[in-house]
Design a binder for this molecule. Sequence first.
Ligand SMILES: CC(=O)N[C@H](C=O)[C@@H](O)[C@H](O)[C@H](O)COP(=O)(O)O
Length: 239
Amino acid sequence: MEMEDILSKVRHGLIVSCQALPGEPLHGADSMVKMARAALEGGAVAIRANGASDVRAIKQAIPLPVIGLIKRDYDDSDIYITPTLLEMEELVEAGADIIALDATLRPRPAGCKLKRLIDYAHERGVASMADISTLEEALHAASLGVGCVSTTLSGYTPYSNQIGGPDLELVRRASELVPVPVIAEGRIHDPAQVEEAFRMGAHAVVVGSAITRPQLITQRFADAARKAVKCIYGDERPN
Ligand SMILES: CC(=O)N[C@H](C=O)[C@@H](O)[C@H](O)[C@H](O)COP(=O)(O)O
């Protein structure tokens, strides 16, 4: 599918990130396929998934575009989202429709260059999504020809905005100034924030943990329960 086609398919829609790392309760392609099915049923227009096996399994199971990434640590770089050509190749082979990759200005492992990775995706007929943490990184990625940018990494690089909620100001400024579609992603926890992201000019909105990480959803409710009990009864619930 052409890059413009895939980007127009997700336009003004909700993308659900279905990710569970090793050690998380739902880790494994079976659980992620079930999450992706639930997301489809609920109205998602695309799925964001981590790892070649999850991408492949979700592609086989449901008829939605999949944004693939591979989180992998290398000793010589802080970049962990699709750091090198190796991960790009794995994602192309797995059938990803869009590849998400870290597009911060930090050095990549083994001197690998962002431009080379973006070009590779396009040579293989796959669209690219630049995960950025600042406006400067978004502009840089767009100048290298990336298909779209996503605010995924705002708050996760030491020099970006460190805020508790979504970086909607970055969504607003990037939507105004960056000449490719801007996706709002990161710490979007309720539907009102989705609405706000679209008002700020988002092309699409990605929600992950608030839908697909039940241990974190539980934690929010458990925290509320604890706070309420303390406020009403003046003490914590005995363990
Ligand atoms: C920073 C980083 O590594 N973000 C990852 C990127 O793929 C995922 O762990 C997030 O779940 C995803 O970005 C969606 O965000 P949220 O789960 O906050 O809705």
